[in-house]
Design a protein around this ligand. Sequence first.
Ligand SMILES: [Zn+2]
Length: 65
Amino acid sequence: MNKYNCPTCQNKTELSKKNIFRPFCSKRCQNRDLGSWAEEKYSIAENDLNLPLESKNIYNDDSGN
Ligand SMILES: [Zn+2]
């Protein structure tokens, strides 16, 4: 039997096709991980939103000349 620790709660979890929440032990742990990942992605997307705006201003200034 393949046993490993759930990445979220570190509980001993069975690695089998029965476990639909792999690599997590439960839906709760899966959601927790997805939640933190989505939060991280959102903050990155927010930073990305500011970058093109800045480069666009530079581009406009250049082409308007
Ligand atoms: Zn877990």
